[in-house]
Design a protein around this ligand. Structure first.
Ligand code: AMO
Length: 590
C-alpha cells in the first residue's frame, strides 16, 4: 500500500501523538547516515520532523532508506517516540520527538538541484525564478505565502461581515485610444485590427457598480501596468479594490483603518492604534520632500533662506535672486569625517543634485565647512534660531534650487541618511494618511495638466474660485513606512462636473465621448455619490513579512525587466499565429 494518506503534517506532531502510529508525507530535507542508524529530516509546508530508520524496526525499510537523497518525495509510517534529553533539538518545533519508521514509499526521486535550497538567498534571482517551484519549497517562502493567504482570507471575512459584495470585472477591456498609457494590449481575432487592453485597475467598472446600486463592492483585483519596475512594482499585481456609495472621505478612511487593523490583529497579533495619523500633502512635502514620508524617524527639511539672505556665496545668491529655495537637514549626534561628508556630497550629486553644502559645528562652537570663510561670525547663533537642535557636533546638509526639485532631492537624501545612520527602527509600523492632494499637476514637457490621482476624483469645494495649481482633490493615500500602500478618493458623480474636469485636462468633446461617453451618460441616469480606495496587497504582504521586495510575496513574479524566466514570457510568435489577427511584425529597426 502506498503511504499517500498522511494522518498529520510534519510540523504538527505533538506530545499527544507519542506512542501512536502515524503516516507522514513530504520531501527529504536532510540526511545523516550513521552506519547503523539513518536520520532523515522530512519536510512539508508545516515544518520538519525527524525520521529514524533502524534495522531493528525493519531491516528491509532500513536498506531502502540508504538510497534516499535530498528532495526525494516519500511517505512513511512509524511510531512517534520522545527523544532522549541529550538529543532534543530546541530549534525545531517538533524537536522533542522522532518517528521510528517501519514503512517507506518512495513516490519520486530528484536529481541534483540547480541550487541548494538553504543557500537560495545567495543565488542569482533569475535562477531562483527559473526554478521558482524549488525556490517556493523553502520554509521562508512557504511562511510568506501562508501569511499572504491569511491576509486575503481575513480581508474577505471582514468585508463580507460589513455588507460588501465581491465582484469580478473584465480583464479584456478598452484601451485608452491615444496610446502612450502604461497599458498592455491584446489583439482581437474576431475584430481584426482592434485591441483590448488589460486593466490598470477596475476603477470605472467599480464606479459603474455603484450606479447599479450594489452599494458596497470589493475585489481582489489583478491589475496590469506597463511601467518601469522597481522593488515595489510589478507589471501585474494585486489590489484590494473597494468602493462604497453614499459616503464621504471619513467613512472610507475609517473603513480602511478597520480593515487594516483587523488584518494586523488576526494575522500578526499586532494591535494598531486607531485612528491612524493624518497629514496634509503640503505639510508632508514641505517637511519631508515626499508625498509618502517615512515617519519612523524625524529629520525634517527646514527652509533656511533667511539664514543666507545677505550671503555673498555666488551659487546661493543666484538661487535666491531667481526665486529659488534653500533647504537643510540638520543631523545631530553623528560624527562624520571629512571623507564621509564629501561622500554625502557625491551621493547627493548621484541623486541628481547640483551640489550639497555641509556645515559642521565644531566642539568649540566655530564651524568647519568648504565655504567657512563666507559665513558670518555669528552664523551658529543665527542658525540656532532656525534649527533649535543645533549643537556642537551637528552637521547641516544644505541644498539650493527650485522648490519642488530641491525638496524632492532633500527628501531622498533624508531617506538615505536615515538608513545609513541607523535612524530607522526596522520593527516599527508607521502608518499615515496623506490628504489634501493637489487635483492637477502640470507637465513641463507636454505642457499639459493631468490628474494627480485620476480624472474621476472629485475636487474639494471652492475649486471654481482658484487656479488649476491651487485646486485640491478629495483624495487620500495610505502610507506605511514610506511606501504608498493604497490610494483612493471621493468620485465625481455629476456629468457637468466630470465634463469640466475633462475640459481642464484638455479633452475635446469628441475624445471625451469616444473615451468616456458611457460614464458621462451613466452620470445622467441616476449615479449616487460614492468613493473608494485600493490597497496594494503585494506591498502590504511585503511589509507584513519584512520581505525586501514584492517579488518575494508574489508566487510567480517577473524579473526587473518584466521577463518570466520560468515560462519564458514574453516570447515571439510566428507569422501564421500573427496572421490570425491580421498582424505583421516590422522587423526593421524603428
Ligand atoms: P493606485 O494607482 O494608487 O490607485 O493604486 C493603488 C495601489 O496599488 C499598488 N500599486 C502597485 N503595486 C505593485 N506594482 C505596481 N506596479 C503598482 N502600482 C500600484 C500601490 C497603490 O497604492 N483605481 C485607483 C484606486 C482608487 O482610486 O480607488 C488606483 O488604482 O500599493
Amino acid at each position: 500500500m502506498h503511504l499517500m494518506e498522511r494522518t498529520v503534517r510534519c510540523g504538527h506532531v505533538t506530545d499527544s501523538l507519542v506512542g501512536k502510529e502515524i503516516i507522514l508525507t513530504g520531501w527529504v530535507d536532510g540526511r545523516r547516515d550513521h552506519g547503523g542508524l539513518i536520520f532523515i529530516d522530512l519536510r512539508d509546508r508545516s515544518g520538519i520532523m525527524q525520521l529514524v530508520f533502524d534495522p531493528a524496526y525493519s531491516s528491509k525499510v532500513h536498506e531502502q532508506a540508504h538510497g534516499l537523497r535530498s528532495e526525494y518525495v516519500i511517505g512513511v509510517r512509524g511510531t512517534v517516540v520522545e527523544r532522549t534529553p541529550q538529543t532534543v533539538n530546541t530549534a525545531l518545533a517538533t524537536g522533542h520527538w522522532e518517528l521510528h519508521v517501519t514503512d517507506l514509499t518512495i513516490f519520486n526521486r530528484a536529481k541534483g538541484l540547480p541550487f541548494q535550497l538553504d543557500s537560495a538567498d545567495q543565488v542569482d534571482e533569475e535562477l531562483r525564478l527559473k526554478y521558482r517551484y524549488l525556490d517556493l519549497r523553502r520554509p521562508i517562502m512557504q511562511q510568506r505565502f501562508a501569511l499572504r493567504h491569511e491576509v486575503i482570507f481575513a480581508l474577505r471575512e471582514y468585508l463580507h461581515e460589513r455588507g460588501f459584495y465581491e465582484f469580478e470585472t473584465p480583464l479584456l477591456t478598452k484601451p485608452s485610444v491615444e496610446g502612450g498609457a502604461r497599458e498592455f494590449v491584446i489583439p482581437s481575432r474576431t475584430h481584426p485590427g482592434s485591441f483590448y487592453a488589460l486593466p490598470q485597475s477596475p476603477q470605472l467598472y467599480k464606479q459603474l457598480l455603484m450606479a447599479s446600486g450594489m452599494d458596497r463592492y470589493f475585489q481582489i483585483a489583478r491589475c496590469f501596468r506597463d511601467e518601469d519596475l522597481r522593488a515595489d512594482r510589478q507589471p501585474e499585481f494585486t489590489q484590494l479594490d473597494l468602493e462604497m456609495s453614499f459616503v464621504d472621505e471619513s467613512t472610507v478612511m475609517t473603513m480602511v483603518e478597520g480593515i487594516i487593523a483587523y488584518v494586523y490583529k488576526k494575522v500578526l497579533g499586532v494591535e494598531l492604534t486607531l485612528p491612524l495619523k493624518r497629514m496634509t500633502y503640503d505639510h508632508a512635502f514641505s517637511t519631508y520632500g515626499s508625498d509618502k514620508p517615512d515617519l519612523r524617524f524625524d529629520l525634517p527639511i527646514v527652509e533656511c533662506k533667511a539664514l543666507f539672505a545677505d550671503t555673498e556665496l555666488k551659487f546661493l545668491r543666484a538661487v535666491l535672486d531667481t526665486g529659488g529655495s534653500i533647504g537643510a537637514l540638520c543631523v545631530n549626534g553623528h560624527r562624520f569625517s571629512h571623507t564621509e561628508l564629501n561622500r554625502w556630497v557625491d551621493r547627493a550629486q548621484g541623486l541628481g543634485a547640483k551640489g550639497l553644502l555641509w556645515i559642521h559645528v565644531k566642539e568649540d562652537g566655530t564651524v568647519d565647512s568648504p565655504v567657512e570663510k563666507f559665513l558670518p561670525k555669528d552664523f551658529v547663533a543665527r542658525a540656532r534660531a532656525i534649527f533649535p537642535s543645533l549643537a556642537a557636533g551637528s552637521v547641516l546638509f544644505i541644498m539650493a534650487g527650485q522648490y519642488k526639485s530641491t525638496w524632492q532631492l532633500l527628501g531622498r537624501l533624508r531617506l538615505e541618511l536615515g538608513s545609513a545612520l541607523n535612524l530607522i527602527n526596522k520593527n516599527e509600523m508607521n502608518f499615515l494618511w496623506v490628504t489634501g492632494f493637489p487635483l492637477l499637476e502640470y507637465d513641463e514637457q507636454t505642457k499639459c495638466w493631468s490628474s494627480v490621482h485620476h480624472p474621476f476624483t472629485s475636487p474639494t469645494a471652492g475649486w471654481q474660485d482658484v487656479d488649476f495649481a491651487q485646486m485640491k482633490a478629495r483624495a487620500y493615500d495610505i502610507v506605511l513606512n514610506g511606501i504608498e500602500l493604497g490610494g483612493g478618493s471621493i468620485r465625481i458623480h455629476d456629468r457637468e462636473l466630470q465634463q469640466k474636469i475633462f475640459d481642464m485636462l484638455g479633452l475635446d468633446k469628441q475624445t471625451m465621448e469616444e473615451k468616456f461617453g458611457f460614464l458621462l451618460e451613466a452620470q445622467e441616469l441616476g449615479f449616487p455619490p460614492h468613493g473608494g480606495l485600493a490597497i496594494g496587497i503585494d506591498r502590504l504582504v511585503m511589509l507584513m513579512t519584512q520581505a525586501s521586495s514584492i517579488r518575494e510575496v508574489i508566487a510567480f513574479p517577473k524579473t526587473q525587466s518584466g521577463f518570466d524566466p520560468l515560462m519564458e514570457a514574453p516570447t515571439p510568435i510566428g507569422q501564421a499565429y500573427l496572421a490570425q489577427y491580421q498582424l505583421k511584425i516590422n522587423n526593421k529597426p524603428a
